[in-house]
Write a new protein. Structure first.
Length: 225
């Protein structure tokens, strides 16, 4: 698609984008209706010439395609395996058992959802020092953590959030786990450490969640005696 130099972006509830392409043809479209390809083609006049308005750029400074993220994660996984996985012939370790974490764009999104769920539960139930009655009123005013995560992920249906992205922690009765964790009565540094312990516990007890610290510990210890 030809580069489109943005001339104007209107204000109001339904903003319009006006541009001029390489042939001098002027176009206009609602900002909310622009496709991914159309957004990637938008440029603005910069100090040294046109600059892409696309947030993610490649090493050449051009718009980074959405599908290219798979290659970025694949290359990162290969670098991790080269450093963390045992070399063939290492005594005491199975060279075919990967120590390095396997990351994907989906797992990054899942990690974000899991982290936000735990932290929001913690903030609502502990940090503010609210009584059960006050927590109920707080949730009525600001929303439940599950719905907050739903909004952050952009899901239209709350069940999508529960069933797909947060399913690994559904069986843990996360609220009970948080209530029993020793988070209260400590300073901020100790509370942050307790949250780290909580995430480690979730990773140990839940299939499909990777704990990078635990994997690094295996690498540091080396072959078993």
């Amino acid at each position: 698609m030809n580069m489109r130099l943005v001339i104007q972006v209107t204000t109001g509830t339904r903003r319009q984008v006006q541009w001029c392409d390489r042939n001098g043809v002027v176009g206009r479209k609602a900002l909310a209706d622009l496709t991914v390809a159309e957004r990637m083609a938008l440029y603005a006049e910069g100090p040294q010439g046109p600059e892409p308005l696309w947030l993610w750029l490649n090493e050449q400074g051009l718009p980074f395609r959405v599908s290219s993220w798979e290659n970025v994660f694949r290359a990162a996984n290969e670098r991790c395996r080269a450093v963390l996985d045992p070399a063939p012939g290492t005594p005491g370790l199975d060279p075919y058992r990967s120590v390095a974490p396997q990351a994907t764009p989906h797992s990054a999104r899942h990690s974000f959802a899991l982290y936000m769920l735990v932290v929001l539960h913690y903030l609502m139930d502990r940090k503010f020092g609210l009584t059960p009655e006050e927590r109920r009123d707080f949730r009525l005013l600001y929303g439940d953590p599950w719905r907050m995560v739903q909004d952050l992920l952009g899901h239209a249906d709350l069940e999508t959030t529960r069933a797909i992205y947060l399913a690994p922690v559904a069986d843990l009765q996360l609220r009970s786990l948080l209530e029993s964790s020793p988070l209260s009565g400590r300073d901020e540094t100790e509370s942050e450490g307790s949250l780290d312990e909580l995430f480690a516990q979730v990773a140990r007890e839940t299939e499909g969640i990777q704990d990078i610290d635990a994997r690094m510990e295996v690498k540091r210890k080396g072959p078993t005696e």
